[in-house]
Ligand binder design. Sequence first.
Ligand code: LLP
Length: 382
Amino acid sequence: MYTIDLKKIEKHHTPFYLYDLKLLRSTLATIKKEIEGTPFIVHYAIKANANPVILKEIREAGMGVDLVSGNEVRAALDAGFATSGMAFAGVGKADWEIELALDNELYCLNVESSQELEVINAIAASMGKTACIALRVNPNIDAHTHKFITTGTDDNKFGFHLSEIDEIIHKALRLPNIHLRGLHFHIGSQIMSLEPYKMLCYKINELLDHYEQQGIHFEMIDAGGGLGVDYENPEQNTIAAFHDFFGLFKRELKLRPGQTVHFELGRSIVAQCGTLISQVLYVKKSPHKRFVILDAGMTCLIRPALYGAHHKIVNLTSTSQELELCDVVGPICESSDVFAAGTLLPATKRGDWVAILTAGAYGESMASCYNMRSLPASHFIE
Ligand code: LLP
């Protein structure tokens, strides 16, 4: 059961994100232990949460970063990450973002279209640089997750279709200001079954064999991110299934000597260490419903409104044994501003403190100022 000593936090104005740095550190230590002695390198996908305090912890744990915009590159530079551990992905990189990446000699740019490859080559030539790149392959593997966060099927805008990669690899090898490091994959997010990853390993092995026969060696493979977390029972599963996840890649990938494997994990690193803390503004009873109206809304955490995502909600104040059916909603002028419809909470009243769990990933980083709301603050506990 999620508990927090209210005395430690009640001085803060709600709503705010509360991060448990101890849990973040043990998550990072678990990952470190699982990849020890392997050629695996983890790049934290900072789109999941770019809070500077979180970034500092992750940098100190020795991880690289996966970046998807020029401003993320700047945030990673400000946080002191080494450029040799920076991978820059994204289907639409602007020229200034490519220049920034080349200027800082990032480890790798993940390229998603033929035209992008030509533009990177031209910009690199004009700067007198060689761009280190990986080509993003769309392996057509269904990750069996929400349709908005599936990325590796024929319907998605990401990467090169399998039928195109022969041509694009040869093109990359011909371009004078391109150094092709390897292939990049990312099949989706919040993936709870290892089966799609097994399919991905088979596909990678097949491609490595195929290109080896042509005398093409890749120094790296980027297997992407996507490992899921438990939103239903977060208190029981505070750390994601890293052992099974990395174990699968250790077992199934047939790597060539010297090859490194890169992972871009976001959610599984930060989701459970973050909680959105809010207070109940009003309890409104209508003939059909009981609405618990919070001071946090979809501007703080958009996942329920955008994906119908479930986040466990805990009343931190109520000691009542009596459960009440209610809709937990925010104050924003949108009908989709609902954290949970038809959920059971202990008898709840105005002023109660509420925790919305598993909010560390894609919570603060997707917050907005809609309705001219302030962005949520962040506080930390050890
Ligand atoms: N690499 C690439 C190329 C990605 O597109 C993503 C996430 C990641 C790595 C990190 O994936 P993760 O390990 O965090 O699953 N806002 C959505 C999730 C969007 C994920 C976008 N790409 C959500 O709140 O569920």
